[in-house]
Design a protein around this ligand. Structure first.
Ligand SMILES: Nc1ncnc2c1ncn2[C@@H]1O[C@H](COP(=O)(O)OP(=O)(O)OP(=O)(O)O)[C@@H](O)[C@H]1O
Ligand SMILES: [Mg+2]
Ligand SMILES: [Mg+2]
Length: 529
């Protein structure tokens, strides 16, 4: 293993090899003019740091915490870097990282290793971070973005395990910095992409797709606001057909929206420099959300020498093919598989996206198994029923009712069984569509667990039994008598006005008759008289 014996050699090799690969990919994409920067091509590569959703930290027994917990209450002596403490690798973090690698079609390496990356900062108690930059546990791979991005495939360079840092809290009034060690040593996966994205929008789509994938496999919450998913974005520009430009890295972006703004502002900064005959220097930059501008943190020349060395306390990580297979077999359905399956059931892409978007915002439990979500609810509802009817009732009615009450799907009080019975009642004509909607509204509001047929009876919503059509006929005659002007207009060929008469019949019947039946009856009666 080159890097354990000689990390410097590995670094040299990587530096030689990367620009070549980037160039090849660069020329493979069709050139498309972007009106915002005519003549220029934008290149983006992203390093995503995702907090691993395991109960315990990467190398210690301490429980992982959420932001807002009492500071320094999730810390062992190892996390505080007290002398004499040793790391023990948490197998759950490894399993979740492997799930991520499999979902990204990466090759999990049978042998990887941990290095120490040294720098001195108050939120790094040991003075070094343990990472796998030079001998990562997974290499290669790709992530396919949805059709809105012309089915773009973003290459994955490598995926590595590493420790998260502690958190510095700056008190500017008192002029002090406080350190909270709760996060110190939590597990991260760093996912390094190839420089394959060509616009801020593609970058946004990449992060959102990755976020959904991490959630689906239970590897991370992927919550950017809470800091469990952070991005370092590398941006460069070049003239069409020219080699890649010099990249600048914008650190620690924690929202997709700000990331896209940061990229746009960085692109304009590069173009402005180049058009004025200056050069772009390789820099690490921050993003000022108020000014919507990036600012210089440090140049390449003053970038710290991290003095990478193999961690002497950690042996190489050996992963057997049997273990990797075992993780592969336990993989849940991935978002792109779910989308394809739903569409094969007859749903449109938009309908599939709506159901999946409901699940994407959902919390995943600590054991990695998602709680029952919208897709699973739909799967149960569609069993033995028309998928189209099931999705219509779910999206337009159930989600609509919940949204009107400012509730989310996790607040849904209607069980799949209740919803199924309601859909069947409408399909079988026991209740009209209109009454079905009223019944559902009642079920959502009252949170009743009773069966819809009992509720429909109680509320007088059951369709009337009118075998000889006499009730319907009477309501129609009543409506004709009540609306003589409208009747005249229909007779003179203004067919649209018929809807007003139908509406009157619906009102008289309390919505318990079908609009189609009413129209038929009215046509017969108006023709006769
Ligand atoms: N010309 C370029 N334009 C835009 N992005 C680029 C370009 N060349 C490389 N990149 C991207 O820069 C990123 C480099 O990340 P990597 O983790 O390998 O190294 P690093 O940023 O030098 O190190 P560190 O992990 O310490 O930040 C990758 O995502 C890669 O796709
Ligand atoms: Mg990196
Ligand atoms: Mg970087």
């Amino acid at each position: 293993m080159i890097a354990r014996q000689c990390p410097w050699r590995a670094r040299q090799l990587q530096q030689l090899w990367r620009p070549l690969r980037s160039k090849r990919l660069h020329s493979e994409r069709a050139v498309r003019e972007d009106k915002r920067w005519p003549g220029w091509e934008v290149v983006v590569g992203i390093e995503v740091h995702a907090q691993i959703k395991s109960r315990r930290k990467l190398f210690s027994d301490a429980l992982t915490s959420k932001p807002g917990e009492k500071p320094n209450s999730f810390v062992t002596c190892y996390d505080a870097a007290l002398p004499g403490t040793l790391p023990t690798l948490n197998p759950k973090c490894v399993e979740l990282a492997i799930r991520t690698a499999i979902a990204l079609n990466a090759q999990v390496q049978p042998r990887s290793a941990f290095d120490r990356k040294h720098y001195f900062y108050s939120d790094l108690p040991a003075g070094y971070q343990i990472t796998q930059r030079y001998v990562p546990f997974a290499k290669g791979g790709h992530l396919d973005l949805s059709s809105s991005c012309d089915n773009l495939r973003v290459g994955i360079t490598q995926i590595q395990l590493e420790q998260d840092t502690a958190k510095s809290i700056f008190d500017t009034r008192r002029g002090i910095t406080q350190v909270d060690l709760n996060r110190a040593g939590s597990g991260l996966v760093e996912i390094v992409s190839e420089p394959d994205m060509r616009s801020p929008e593609e970058a946004g789509n990449y992060v959102r797709t990755l976020q959904a994938m991490l959630r689906a496999v239970g590897a991370s919450d992927g919550n950017m606001e809470l800091g469990s998913l952070r991005c370092d974005v590398n941006v460069s520009v070049n003239k069409h057909g020219h080699p890649l430009g010099t990249r600048c890295e914008i650190k620690n972006l924690n929202s997709v929206k700000f990331m896209m703004i940061a990229i746009t502002s960085e692109v304009f900064r590069h173009i402005d420099l180049l058009e004025r005959g200056q050069t772009v220097s390789q820099e690490t930059r921050g993003f000022d959300e108020v000014k919507a501008e990036t600012f210089k943190l440090r140049s390449k020349e003053d970038s710290p020498d991290y003095r990478y060395i193999p961690d002497p306390n950690l042996p190489p990580l050996l992963l057997s093919p049997e273990y990797i297979d075992c993780v592969r077999r336990s993989m849940p359905e991935l978002p792109q598989e779910t989308r394809a399956r739903l569409m094969s059931m007859g749903l449109t892409e938009q309908e599939a996206e709506v159901l999946m978007a409901v699940d994407a915002g959902r919390e995943v439990r600590f054991d990695g198994e998602p709680a029952k979500g919208a897709v699973q609810y739909f799967d149960c509802l569609a069993q033995g029923r028309s998928a189209k009817a099931a999705v219509n009732w779910m999206i337009h009615e159930l989600l609509g009712q919940l949204a009107a009450r400012k509730e989310t799907f996790s607040d849904n009080p209607v069980s799949v069984e209740q919803m199924g019975e309601l859909v069947d009642m409408v399909q079988n004509g026991k209740i009209t569509g209109k009454s079905g909607k009223a019944l559902l509204r009642h079920m959502v509001t009252s949170r009743s667990t009773a069966s819809p047929s009992i509720l429909a009876k109680e509320l007088g919503l059951l369709a009337i039994s009118d075998d000889d059509g006499s009730l319907l006929k009477n309501w129609c005659l009543e409506a004709i008598e009540a609306l003589p002007e409208e009747v005249q207009k229909v007779r003179h060929g203004n067919i649209k006005v018929m809807n007003r008469i139908i509406g009157k019949v619906m009102q008289l019947s309390g919505g318990r008759v079908k609009a189609g039946d009413v129209r038929q009856m009215l046509e017969v009666l108006l023709r006769k008289s």
